[in-house]
Design a protein around this ligand. Structure first.
Ligand SMILES: Cc1cc2nc3c(=O)[nH]c(=O)nc-3n(C[C@H](O)[C@H](O)[C@H](O)COP(=O)(O)OP(=O)(O)OC[C@H]3O[C@@H](n4cnc5c(N)ncnc54)[C@H](O)[C@@H]3O)c2cc1C
Length: 284
């Protein structure tokens, strides 16, 4: 057994969970501190709001997960994830043309992000030296100036010391703020794209002419700013995501009514490409 005692991971998203799995091989104790509540099943949560939109796990990601959590891919399928042939079951409109479909020998698993994350969490919970503590907001890093070392984290309830602290707190990273506050900001270069996503789930009526499991329509910039995806996911649902660059989609307007989505094709060619047979859509 290793002499390394305790590792703390800030954030229990996908990165935090995977870091915990890897560190459990070398640390005696691994603690994930997650600010959200524990969920009883796959569901969207406040700390990972992107989970409401379409996510795809590509072949290499699936391979990596299978290595860390043997058997996880079968668990995805057992609870309804959809197995597709990546280059046959995908209809992809890109640079003004539908891509050629052929058997490339690759598989993709379609599922919602909460479904993926929930399965990973079940594996994590079975690792004896890993514990997930929910409802824990890490407020600060503890720093020992004399050794120029992070020695732990500060919670509202008090400090926790550790030999290693991993920051997996996501897009609003605690470490970036911490460095900024100490006068060492991470250099940033910004390009404004003002990209917005709006997603909704539907069931689709049976239609013999539908020859895809996932459809992607990408805008051809700079002339086109709007695109979208429809993907089959678990429980016989489809997740529909519409995206617009440079505020091309008024997301607040679209989500006002259930029909907001289905009325969109009238105003953009790419959306009408995506939502062909909109009469097939059944609102959930
Ligand atoms: C619309 C959209 C679509 C995407 N599609 C894909 C896709 O198809 N495939 C793909 O691979 N990626 C996709 N991504 C990217 C993917 O969602 C992110 O890269 C991934 O979620 C990052 O995971 P993470 O664990 O690093 O961070 P996060 O998922 O952001 O998790 C961070 C965690 O830290 C917790 N946390 C934050 N601060 C604290 C704190 N102070 N104390 C305690 N806990 C804290 C949060 O609650 C959260 O659980 C997409 C992103 C978006 C926005």
């Amino acid at each position: 057994m290793s002499s390394l005692e305790k590792a703390i991971i800030i954030g229990g998203g996908i990165s935090g969970k995977l870091a915990a799995r890897v560190l459990s091989d070398v640390y005696k104790e691994v603690i994930i501190l997650e600010r959200d509540n524990e969920l009883e099943g796959p569901a969207a949560r406040k700390g990972a709001p992107q989970g409401e939109h379409l996510h795809a796990l590509l072949h290499a990601g699936e391979y990596g997960l299978e290595e860390l959590f043997p058997g996880i891919t079968e668990k995805f399928y057992d609870s309804g994830a959809v197995k597709i042939n990546s280059t046959i079951d995908l209809a992809w409109f890109h640079h003004g043309a539908w891509k050629i479909r052929y058997d490339g020998g690759y598989r993709t698993t379609l599922q919602t992000r909460p479904h993926l994350e929930w399965h990973i969490e079940q594996y994590i919970k079975r690792i004896p030296n890993v514990v997930i503590r929910y409802n824990q907001v890490v407020q600060d890093l503890l720093y020992y100036e004399a050794e120029n070392r992070i020695t732990g984290v500060q919670l509202k309830t008090g400090p926790i010391l550790a030999d290693l602290v991993v920051d997996a707190s996501g897009v609003r990273s605690l470490t970036s703020n911490w460095l900024h506050n100490r006068g060492t900001p991470i250099p940033e270069e910004k390009v404004e794209i003002n990209l917005s996503y709006v997603s909704k789930q539907y069931q689709l009526k049976v239609n013999q002419e539908r020859d895809w499991k996932i459809k992607m329509v990408y805008p051809n910039p700079p002339q086109e700013k709007i695109g979208g995806t429809i993907s089959s996911v678990e429980e016989n649902r489809y997740i529909v995501t519409v995206m617009g660059y440079h505020k091309a989609i008024n997301d607040k307007e679209v989500i006002k009514s259930d029909n907001g989505f289905l009325e969109l094709p009238q105003f953009d060619t790419n959306i009408s490409r995506m939502l062909t047979y909109s009469q097939d859509f059944i609102t959930l």
